[in-house]
Design a protein around this ligand. Structure first.
Ligand code: ATP
Ligand code: MG
Length: 505
C-alpha cells in the first residue's frame, strides 16, 4: 500500500489509565517520505499513541519496532536518539527561559571549557527560526511570545534535532495562514528528504492537502489505515464519529433585544510607540439575542479588540463603551465582569483551567453562586452542573471527579468553554472557542451559542474558521490591520466577499 520503508511500527499497543482503556491493540506505521494523518475525535487516543512512540510513556503493552527491530524506549532522550521527534499538542517549553535556551535545553553546544557556547547556541537557533521565517531575537523569553510564535519555536526545535521521524500533534492550532504555509512548505521539504511524518489534526482541509495516507482512531481503537485516494472527506468524518454526522445548525433568527454593548472610537496604542495604533477607531454595537462575528487575518486585531474592551490595556486605550445604554469605564477585567461582560480567551491553556482540580470544580469555578445552597457549596448542584456540561459538550471522561489534567487536549478545552458558558453574562466574548475541538463538539458549541443568544445573551464570536462563523452569526464584521473593514448581514454572507474584505487588495 505504501512504497516507502517503514521506519517506526507499532504492533498491538495497549495503554490503560485508571478507568480508561486509552489504546486497545493499535497497529500503526510511520513510513519514510510520507505523511500519515492521524485523525479521531477528542479522547480517541491519538496523543497517547504518539506519547508511546516518542518515549513519553514507557509503561504499555505491545511492541514498537524501529527499522524492523523491536525496541523499548526508556524515555524521551532515547526516542530522540533513535530519530523520533515530537511537537506536543500542549506546548512544553520553560516560560522563563529564552528561545535559544529552550531549543537546546539538555543538548547545549559547549565551549572547550565545558560551558554553554552562548554565541553558537544563539546563532544556530537563529538559523532555524529564519528557515521558518520567524524574525525574533533569540534572547526573547518564551513567555513574551504570542502562542503562534511559541508553536513555531517548538517546530524549529523539532527540526533542529534532524529527526528521521517527526510527529506533529495539532501543529497549526495557533498559526496564522501565512505561518501555516511556511510549515507546509517545510513538511514538503522534509518529505523529499525521506523523513516520516505523523500529522494529527482536526482540520480536514489540511489533512487532505498534506497526507499520503490516513489512520482513523475511535475510542482507543484503530478503525482504518488507508491511502487518501481511497477516501472522501465525508467518509473520513463518518469513520471518526462512527455515526451519521449532523452538521446542520438549524439557524433561527432571534428577535434582537435592547442594545447590550456599544463601542465608540476605540483606539489601542502600542505600549512602546504611542503614535502607533494597534486598533484604530473601532465602533460597533451589539443587541441582546445577537451573535456578532469578527473575522480577520491573524494580526488584524481581533484578540486585542476583545482584550481592550475587557480592560486589559487601560493605559493605552481611549474610546467610549456603553453597557445596557450606560456609559462605563473599564480599567480592569474585574470591572468588566462587574458590568456583566465575560471573556473566554484564545489562550485557554494559560487562562482558566486548573489541571490539578476536578472537572466539576473547573466547570463551576466562574459561577460559584449557582452551586451554593444556603451559602455552602452543594456537591449535588456542582455535580449536576458538571454532568450537564459533560453531556452537552460530550466531554469524554470517567466521571465529573476526574482531574482536568488527565483529559485529552480537546476535552480540556471543552471544560473551559463550558465554564464560561455557565457564567450567564450579559455580553459574552468568545475568542476561537472551537480550536482543537473535534467536529462533533464544534457543532455542539455552535448550537449552545445560538441557544444562549435565544435566551437573550449578546455574544461576540471570534473565529478563524469562516464556515463556522458564517453558520453561527447574525452579523459579521471584518477587521483589517486594526481597523473595521466591512460589515455583513446574514443574508449577504459569502465566503468570497468576506475573504476579499480582509485582504489588502
Ligand atoms: N494522564 C492521563 N491520565 C488518565 N487518563 C488519561 C491521561 N491521558 C489521557 N487519558 C485518557 O486517555 C484517552 C485518550 O486520550 P488522548 O489524549 O490520547 O486523546 P486524543 O485523541 O489526543 O484527543 P484530543 O483530540 O482531544 O487531543 C482519554 O479518554 C483521556 O481522558
Ligand atoms: Mg491529543
Amino acid at each position: 500500500m505504501t512504497d516507502g520503508e517503514v521506519i517506526v511500527e507499532a504492533r498491538a499497543l495497549t495503554k490503560r489509565f485508571p478507568g480508561v482503556l486509552a489504546l486497545d491493540r493499535v497497529d500503526f506505521r510511520i513510513v519514510a517520505g510520507q505523511v500519515n494523518a492521524l485523525v479521531g475525535e477528542n479522547g480517541a487516543g491519538k496523543s497517547t499513541l504518539m506519547n508511546i512512540l516518542s518515549g513519553v510513556y514507557t509503561d504499555y503493552e505491545g511492541e514498537v519496532l524501529v527499522d524492523g527491530r523491536p525496541c523499548r524506549f526508556a524515555g524521551v532522550g532515547e526516542a530522540r536518539r533513535a530519530g523520533v521527534a515530537i511537537i506536543h499538542q500542549e506546548l512544553s517549553f520553560v516560560p522563563y527561559m529564552n528561545i535559544a535556551e529552550n531549543m537546546f535545553l539538555g543538548r547545549e553546544p559547549l565551549t572547550p571549557l565545558g560551558l554553554t557556547d552562548q554565541a553558537r547556541m544563539h546563532a544556530e537557533a537563529r538559523e532555524w527560526l529564519l528557515r521558518l521565517h520567524l524574525e525574533v531575537d533569540t534572547h526573547t523569553l518564551m513567555d513574551d511570545l504570542r502562542i503562534g510564535q511559541q508553536q513555531l519555536v517548538e517546530i524549529a526545535k523539532a527540526l533542529s534535532l534532524g529527526a528521521r521521524v517527526l510527529i506533529m500533534d495539532e501543529p497549526t492550532s495557533s498559526l496564522s495562514t501565512s505561518e501555516m504555509e511556511i510549515l507546509f512548505d517545510m513538511i514538503a521539504e522534509l518529505k523529499q528528504k525521506g523523513v516520516g511524518i505523523v500529522y494529527i489534526s482536526h482540520k480536514m482541509d489540511e489533512v487532505w492537502r498534506l497526507a499520503d495516507f490516513v489512520t482513523v482512531m475511535r475510542d482507543g481503537q484503530l478503525v482504518t489505515e488507508r491511502p487518501m485516494s481511497e477516501l472522501t472527506p465525508d467518509e473520513v468524518v463518518q469513520l471518526m464519529v462512527g455515526r451519521e454526522q449532523r452538521t446542520d445548525l438549524d439557524y433561527q433568527e432571534n428577535v434582537p433585544g435592547r442594545l447590550a454593548l456599544e463601542v465608540e472610537h476605540l483606539v489601542l496604542r502600542s505600549a512602546g510607540h504611542a503614535d502607533r495604533k494597534i486598533l484604530d477607531d473601532i465602533s460597533f454595537s451589539l443587541h441582546s439575542g445577537e451573535v456578532l462575528g469578527f473575522y480577520g487575518l491573524m494580526g488584524a486585531g481581533r484578540t486585542e479588540m476583545l482584550e481592550t474592551i475587557f480592560g486589559l490595556h487601560p493605559a493605552q486605550t481611549t474610546g467610549n463603551i456603553r453597557v445596557d445604554g450606560r456609559p462605563v469605564q473599564i480599567r480592569h477585567p474585574q470591572e468588566a465582569v462587574c458590568h456583566g461582560l465575560a471573556l473566554c480567551p484564545e489562550d485557554r491553556k494559560r487562562e482558566g483551567l486548573v489541571l490539578g482540580m476536578s472537572i466539576k470544580e473547573n466547570v463551576t469555578l466562574a459561577s460559584l453562586n449557582e452551586v451554593l445552597r444556603h451559602g455552602l457549596l452543594s456537591d449535588k448542584l456542582e455535580l449536576g452542573a458538571a454532568d450537564d456540561c459533560r453531556g452537552r459538550l460530550g466531554i469524554k471522561s470517567t466521571d465529573a471527579s476526574q482531574l482536568a489534567g488527565q483529559l485529552s487536549g480537546g476535552n480540556q478545552q471543552k471544560i473551559v468553554i463550558g465554564k464560561w458558558l455557565k457564567t450567564k453574562p450579559r455580553v459574552l466574548f468568545l475568542d476561537e472557542p472551537t480550536r482543537g475541538i473535534d467536529i462533533h463538539a464544534k457543532t455542539e458549541i455552535c448550537r449552545l451559542v445560538r441557544g444562549l443568544a435565544s435566551e437573550g445573551m449578546a455574544i461576540v464570536f471570534v473565529s478563524s474558521e469562516l464556515p463556522e462563523i458564517m453558520a453561527v452569526c447574525d452579523r459579521i464584521i471584518t477587521l483589517r490591520e486594526g481597523r473595521l473593514a466591512q460589515e455583513f448581514k446574514r443574508g449577504d454572507f459569502t465566503e468570497e466577499a468576506i475573504i476579499k474584505s480582509v485582504m489588502s487588495v
